[in-house]
Ligand binder design. Structure first.
Ligand SMILES: [Zn+2]
Length: 88
């Protein structure tokens, strides 16, 4: 029996945030800054991107685009959930 069934490629798919909740929130935080002016757009941390806007906060896993509110530059960042322990 050969079983050459296709496999979905992990890493290209955005991962649903609610699936990942086992890490302490403070390991290696990395600021995401505007590439043009350096304004802080968010913080990548523990495989999630944390973005604050006014009164709301969002956590994103995968690719995020955001227009800099200071200079208008479009920025894009991809945050991968660090080593997934999904077994298969
Ligand atoms: Zn900017």
């Amino acid at each position: 029996l050969d079983h050459t069934s296709f496999r979905p490629r992990l890493g290209l798919l955005p991962i649903v945030t609610s699936a990942i909740r086992q890490k302490p929130a403070n390991d290696n935080a990395r600021p995401w800054r505007c590439r043009a002016c350096g304004a802080l757009l968010g913080v990548a941390q523990g495989g999630e991107l944390h973005v604050k806007y006014k009164d709301s906060e969002v956590w994103i896993v995968g690719t995020c685009r955001r227009t800099c509110r200071r200079c208008g530059e479009r920025n894009e960042v991809t945050v991968d959930a660090s080593p997934t322990k999904e077994g298969t």
